[in-house]
Design a protein around this ligand. Structure first.
Ligand code: GUN
Length: 301
């Protein structure tokens, strides 16, 4: 069965729209997201446009700051600091990658952790790794199968948990293999699955006999950025397969990290590219923006 991230995302965004309207009725202001793009990378322009459109749909206010590719790191930090200090700004996102002369880690650290809607700030990453989800959950909502950690969780792994929840399959005790160890997807994904009581393996470019490792997986998450790396011999019959890769092929078409046609009849559930993880990532960005707003509102900002 194909997991339609597009359909699940559409449902979640409708729910969020109503939630934001209710917040406006209660507090007299809606969440406000600032999206910063530095330079003119064409792929970044598409991603940023998708984010702005999703915000508009959810009735989240958004501002697009398009800065010159020549901006210095210091100037960019000053711009971020101004937004950190602006009480009417709930979320700040700096689209990556940045031009080579700017240190991405320094920029990620410059964003106040409470406004870091990507969940990339070390305080947010540490919070995920050091803590279990909160038992008393102030900002839980019915559409969110991801428990509250009291901090911001990166959008893609969070969206994948929603996709897994949509299958109705119990995660407790399952073998999960995450292929890819990036700080944005692979590592947080592994921790979230561990917290859902999965036994987790992280595979990467030095893993020996990758197909054999993948065949252990009841849940296989492919997040490496290599088109069709995951072939039929990597899939245990009945496994759930989630494809995070978005790879542009020479002919201009998009391919995931999974050979979809070869794997779709072996898996019980499989997410396509496009229309799988991508729309969920953007949707979780909206949710993170709403959650940052709620936390700030609760603190009396
Ligand atoms: N570039 C590609 N994906 C992302 C993302 O999720 N967040 C940001 N800030 N930049 C990206």
């Amino acid at each position: 069965m194909i997991i339609s991230g597009k359909d699940i995302a559409a449902q979640l965004r409708s729910d969020m729209q109503q939630q934001v309207d209710a917040m406006f009725a209660e507090y007299g202001r809606t969440p406000n997201l600032v999206v910063i793009q530095v330079g003119d990378d064409p792929a970044s322009s598409i991603y940023v446009r998708n984010k702005m459109r999703a915000a508009e749909f959810c009735h989240i206010r958004s501002q697009y700051l398009h800065l010159s590719g020549e901006i210095t790191e210091k100037e960019l930090c000053a711009q971020i600091e101004q937004l950190n200090n602006d009480d009417d700004v709930d979320g700040i996102l700096v689209q990556l990658p940045l031009p080579a002369h700017i240190d991405e880690e320094r920029i990620i650290c410059a964003i106040h952790a409470e406004k870091d809607v990507d969940g990339f700030h070390p305080d947010n990453a540490a919070c995920l790794w050091l803590h279990q989800p909160l038992q008393t959950n102030h900002i839980a909502s019915i559409y969110n199968p991801v428990p509250d950690y009291g901090c911001t969780i990166a959008c893609t792994p969070k969206g994948i948990l929603s996709l897994l929840a949509s299958t109705g399959v119990e995660l407790d005790g399952k073998r999960a293999v995450v292929v890819g160890r990036s700080p944005i997807v692979g590592k947080p994904m592994a921790k979230l699955l561990m917290d859902r009581q999965c036994t987790v393996t992280i595979a990467h470019s030095h893993t020996r006999d990758l197909p054999a490792v993948c065949r252990e997986a009841d849940i296989l998450i492919a997040a490496v950025g290599k088109p069709k790396l995951i072939t039929a011999d990597c899939i245990k019959p009945g496994a759930i397969v989630i494809d995070v890769g978005i790879n542009r092929l020479a002919d201009g078409s998009l391919s995931g990290d999974v050979d979809f046609e070869a794997c779709k009849d072996i898996a019980s559930f499989i997410s396509p590219v496009p229309g799988g993880v991508g729309p969920m990532t953007v949707t979780m960005l909206m949710q993170n923006t709403i959650d940052c707003y709620k936390r700030r509102q609760m603190k009396g900002n």
